[in-house]
Design a protein around this ligand. Structure first.
Ligand SMILES: [Zn+2]
Length: 455
């Protein structure tokens, strides 16, 4: 289907929306039941990646940002595209959760009949023997299992209720480890090693008294240990009106959710660190109410991931050094610093923009800093959605002009480009942010900052 919708007819913003809404939800049904084989995942990501970067899945395009970064949430520098592998794991994790939280459900009984106690399967310390079991079961066991850092077990805790299902020695219910591991000597002396918490004591005059039965008389050392255990238990008692339950520690309510699991798994992804100043700039970028193709352009610019001549040379696409020239001045090599800010032509454009804004010229050091300094012209947070309209209109127009010179042979006039920036920023501003205001274009031409402050 994606092939038929030739991606070249959509902007990158449109393609991003399509990926998030269609490509990520298509495999949902399958993903809820089965672990997708890694070759399938790889192929799906390939389709998504090619589609995002321009066009159909048959053409080869350069992927300018790593897929792991793209899958990061926006507040960490990504575009928030769903990581299919992690999403698949989060969906499957639900089976494990159901297995330990709803042991009486019919399907749970069936699984128990086939594979044994779910709590033992999913929560025990040792690696379970899964050889000979179905592929489905082996996949489920692997989700958050030992090879995966044991994250499933580590995120579940037991909450003591009536104590009728939690086993005193085997289950983790009071300390971070079970009493069997904490007091192995005493465990060996326990008369009822499988006793539940609720049967390990009794109520006497409204007070809960812990009482252990031992298989033989305790030695002096063992008595000391029993004393220690007793001290640990002091102040704890079962709640006869509540059932024992499990808690999903990742979510503050303690209830399992696929989303919280996905966010947790995403937080474990290690990607090449993005400069925190750039991340901060990106966070400001997304608060602007811009057409998505413009926001994504800004995202690529701030990440230094636009196909300038120098960037193409680094990728080995351009090999002739004479082709590295800036399209505006034909003198210097074209990289982001030069083409957007340091080129004499671009500087003239910025000067014109600052005169229009009636503010001091902001000198250039690095891209994120220029972006943030520009945003500081609009200090109040309530105008954050319009803060970078003009900055984005300027860089966007410079890039378009550069492309038109390069690919269409256009001749660019300084003043007409400034006029174009004024017009396009007005178009975005009034089209999205100030659509209900009575401002007119001449107001914008005269004093754009006042217009922004009037929204
Ligand atoms: Zn130049």
């Amino acid at each position: 289907m994606i092939n038929a919708w030739n991606g070249r007819h959509l902007s990158i913003g449109g393609r991003l929306t399509l990926i998030n809404s269609v490509l990520s939800s298509l495999p949902l049904y399958f993903f809820s039941f089965f672990k997708a084989p890694s070759c399938v995942l790889k192929e799906l990501v390939n389709i998504q990646r090619k589609f995002l970067w321009g066009g159909s899945s048959n053409t080869k395009k350069i992927c300018w940002v790593s897929w792991d970064t793209i899958c990061l949430p926006k507040d960490r520098g990504g575009l928030g595209i769903k990581n299919l592998d992690l999403f698949n794991q989060s969906l499957l994790c639900k089976w494990k959760w159901r297995g330990i939280s709803d042991e009486n459900a019919l399907w749970s009984t069936l699984l128990k009949y086939r594979y044994g106690n779910m709590v033992d399967n999913f929560m025990s310390q040792s690696t379970n023997d899964v050889i000979g079991h179905s592929l489905w079961w082996r996949d489920i066991m692997k989700i958050g299992g030992v090879v995966n850092g044991d994250w499933f077990k580590k995120n579940v805790s037991n909450v003591l209720g009536d104590g009728l299902s939690l086993r005193f020695w085997h289950d983790v219910w009071l300390r971070p480890v079970c009493f069997k591991s904490l007091f192995p000597i005493l465990f060996n002396k326990a008369l009822y090693p499988n006793i539940v918490v609720g049967a390990s004591g009794m109520w006497q005059d409204h007070t809960w008294v812990w009482k252990m039965d031992w298989s033989s008389v305790l030695s002096a050392t063992e008595q000391e240990l029993a004393q220690e255990l007793d001290t640990l238990l002091t102040g704890f008692f079962p709640y006869p009106n509540d059932k024992d339950r499990v808690r999903w520690n990742i979510h503050q309510t303690g209830q399992f959710s696929v989303h919280s699991t996905y966010v947790f798994l995403l937080s474990r992804v290690v990607t090449l660190a993005i400069d925190e100043n750039v991340v901060e700039a990106l966070n400001q970028l997304w608060t602007n109410d811009m057409p998505s193709k413009v926001s994504i352009f800004g995202w690529r610019l701030l990440l230094s991931r636009l196909p300038t001549r120098m960037a193409l040379a680094k990728k080995g696409v351009i090999v002739n050094p004479r082709e590295l020239c800036c399209a505006f001045c034909f003198r210097e090599e074209e990289d982001i610093d030069h083409v957007f800010f340091n080129c004499s032509f671009s500087q003239q454009i910025w000067k014109g923009i600052f005169v229009w804004l009636n503010v001091d010229f902001i000198p250039y050091e690095v891209c994120w800093q220029h972006f943030i300094s520009f945003g500081a012209l609009v200090k109040n947070k309530s105008y954050a959605k319009a803060r970078h309209v003009i900055w984005l209109a300027t860089t966007w127009s410079l890039w378009r002009a550069r492309n038109n010179i390069m690919f269409r042979g256009d001749v660019i006039n300084l003043q007409s480009l400034i006029n174009q920036i004024i017009y396009i920023s007005w178009f975005w501003f009034v089209g999205r942010i100030a659509s209900k205001s009575s401002l007119v274009f001449s107001d914008w031409c005269k004093d754009p900052l006042s217009c922004i402050f009037s929204i």
